[in-house]
Write a protein that binds this ligand. Structure first.
Ligand code: FMN
Length: 650
């Protein structure tokens, strides 16, 4: 008999007149492929449908626009646009046909309208409105909303909700958090009005309440309304958790699910989207504080995805529902795996923020570990190959593993050879590093999935031309990776010098003071790793900047932690000249010589493709593909993406 390993997570919950089939919901994760007119696309339908098919109890479509003055991101569904109903209806159907509750988030971005939009797509002349006059980054200003305008916006939420109900949505989410319009009114830091919409907490809550009432009047009793709010604003003069609890008590009778997130938009982005440096479930305490004081079911969100922790959240009564955004980009099937006792198969989110950055930078969607994301529609039509082939993969890093797994899942017979005694390649540097837990776990997951898919994994076997000839595969995928660039300076081969890849093996034996040579992302992360183990790390960088190669969302968080939390010495514009028993010698600008007195030096001066090793495997099989770092050193996202597509090409 089947016994659920996570009984609380697997249990249903009645919300208004719908039933959530389990306690795991897909939080809004704005999908950018929307037409310029704000209409739903087939790609978008496929994106949300995958989440529903993956077993999420409810799937919330992101940030739909209720009023022309409230556009948040470049591409949002415009619920006021002509012809939007057809796509909306297909979208709701695609979610519902998998048993998930179809929900949609209604939003107005207030003073931040037109801000998070790439140049060229932004309406530079657009006026922004909020509770009070506000100065914005870039010297722009927002105007104070008149009461007539407020009434128009309140009505727009009701109209939008009615349209969504007509399209077949089972539920709506009102976005009252993350620093958008409704929170701007709630916030004592932003709302300076002297009329019925400002001043006391009750008056600041008035807009939220009018919007909820407008939506309720439009959708009728029983139709579930979820209200998303931030449990704290965490900014100067912002509201705190006690204020949030008091607000929750004001609205609880009007709604069916209270969704407690955190933070105020760009002011504290990493509170709303906890980075890889934050613990799992870092915002649960906010939901728990609210839940203690209200009867309405409460949802929590933020850095969730670990089944044991999520089970405990529900079992302990800290919250009634757990919501996930990024964890379901990495693995849309996570809820299904949890309820069917296959949690070991979950592919973890790295919290690298690639997904978020790309939306802002390029208006596209991509995930570092899941190459299907952003291409769900196209992936639906992938057919198994006409004839299964014998495929040899040389190299067990992220690209090789992804290629091997994808090829095996498509029905090919795959052998993967890795010359070292362990899989993982460059990801192995994340071993025992707390903030790299998920990328290290990627190795475990891929190994498990490869074995389930029937890949023959051979460790300690280097693919040589002779081996290729003896196996005689139909296709060879070369994924032999990269190697460290070792600076050509005296002492670089000394006993006190290690590469960043070797750091996990030697870290416990290192002395107190360690220099990291190279201030790119790998060097910065090595320095942080050293600091976490109590070492005094000094980062020494030849160029003027640190971590210029990091994702622009991740970089400021990393640099702030290095500086403010760990006080890591960061020395830019320093050219290393030698390593000796005394430490690292460098030249500063204007010829000043410096000695960093350290016990050891970690080299993180960049990687280079193993070109010769890759070239040696050319023209040995009818089909050969070169993937990952051996072509060009990039990141896990590129390695996975290329490995996946090379296997689809077979
Ligand atoms: C790529 C991306 C897009 C997001 N888009 C929205 C959105 O449109 N509306 C919204 O309320 N939250 C949005 N969020 C925030 C998430 O719903 C969620 O609150 C946040 O990511 C924390 O949850 P997580 O740790 O599970 O990712 C987005 C998050 C990400 C990563």
């Amino acid at each position: 008999m089947f016994t659920p390993k996570f009984p609380h997570l697997s249990s249903p919950l009645r919300i208004g007149n719908v039933t959530l089939q389990n306690r795991m919901c897909a939080a809004p994760t704005g999908f950018p492929y929307i037409t310029a007119d704000g209409l739903v696309t087939d790609d978008m339908i496929a994106f949300y449908e995958l989440r529903a098919r993956g077993g999420a109890a409810a799937v919330t479509v992101s940030e739909a626009l209720t009023h022309s003055t409230g556009r948040s991101h470049g591409r949002v569904i415009d619920l006021t646009a002509d012809g939007v109903l057809q796509g909306l209806t297909d979208l709701a159907r695609a979610i519902r046909r998998h048993g998930a509750v179809a929900s949609i988030e209604l939003n107005h971005s207030g003073i931040y309208a037109e801000m998070d939009i790439p140049k060229g797509e932004r309406d530079a002349a657009a006026l922004r409105y909020g509770p009070s006059v506000a100065s914005l980054p870039g010297g722009r200003r927002a105007a104070k909303m008149t009461q007539d305008m407020i009434a128009e916006i309140v009505k727009s939420f009701g109209d939008a909700a009615a349209l969504c109900k007509r399209a077949g949505f089972d539920m709506v989410m009102i976005h009252g958090g993350h620093g958008w319009l409704i929170e701007q009114f709630l916030s004592p830091a932003i709302n300076h009005r002297g009329d019925e919409y400002g001043g006391s907490p009750k008056k600041r809550a008035r807009l939220a309440i009018e919007i909820i009432d407008s939506v309720r009047a439009a959708v009728g009793p029983g139709f579930p309304i979820e209200f998303r709010m931030s449990g704290v604003e965490n900014m100067f003069r912002g509201y705190n958790i006690d204020d949030a609890v008091a607000f929750a008590a004001l609205i609880e009778d009007k709604i069916d699910l209270l969704h407690v997130s955190a933070g105020f938009g760009e002011v504290n982005f990493d509170m709303t989207h906890p980075s890889m440096f934050a613990p799992h479930g870092v915002n649960v305490h906010l939901a728990a504080a609210v839940k203690k004081r209200v009867r309405v079911p409460v949802a929590t969100v933020g850095a969730l995805g670990e089944p044991d922790m999520m089970e405990e959240i529900i079992a302990s009564g800290a919250a009634d529902v757990v919501c996930m955004a990024r964890a379901l980009l990495a693995d849309p099937e996570l809820p299904r795996k949890v309820v069917s006792n296959r949690s070991g198969e979950i592919l973890r989110c790295l919290r690298c923020l690639t997904c978020h950055t790309e939306r802002t930078l390029t208006q596209t969607r991509i995930c570092a570990v899941n190459p299907i994301i952003g291409r769900e529609n196209e992936s639906r039509f992938a057919r198994p190959p006409a004839a299964p082939k014998r495929v040899l993969v040389a190299g067990g890093g992220p690209s090789g593993m992804t290629a091997a797994l994808t090829a095996a899942r498509r029905g090919h017979k795959v052998i993967l050879c890795e010359r070292s005694d362990a899989l993982g390649g460059a990801l192995r540097a994340g071993r025992d590093v707390p903030f790299k837990h998920a990328s290290f776990d990627f190795i475990r997951n891929r190994e498990l999935m490869m074995r389930l898919a029937g890949v023959d994994i051979m460790l300690g076997v280097e693919v040589t031309p002779g081996l290729v000839r003896s196996i005689s595969p139909d296709a060879l995928i070369v994924a032999v990776g990269s190697e460290h660039i070792i600076p050509d300076i005296p002492g670089a081969d000394g006993a006190n010098v290690f590469t960043a890849s070797e750091l996990p093996d030697v870290i416990s034996k290192l002395g107190e003071a360690v220099a990291v040579l190279g201030g790119g992302l790998a060097g910065c992360e090595s320095a942080l790793n050293l600091a976490l183990t109590g070492r005094h790390a000094t980062l020494v960088e030849m160029g003027p900047e640190f971590a210029p190669d990091a994702n622009p969302r991740h970089r400021p968080i990393l640099l702030r932690i290095l500086d403010e939390d760990y006080h890591i010495k960061m020395r830019a514009n320093m050219r290393a000249t030698a390593v000796s028993a005394r430490g690292l010698h460098a030249d500063a600008q204007r010829g000043v010589r410096v000695l960093f007195e350290v016990d050891a030096v970690i080299i993180a001066a960049g990687m280079k493709p193993r070109l010769a090793a890759a070239d040696a495997l050319r023209s040995l099989a009818p089909e050969t593909a070169f993937v990952g770092d051996c072509v060009s050193v990039k990141n896990i996202r590129e390695a996975v993406f290329r490995g996946y597509h090379a296997a689809l090409d077979l």
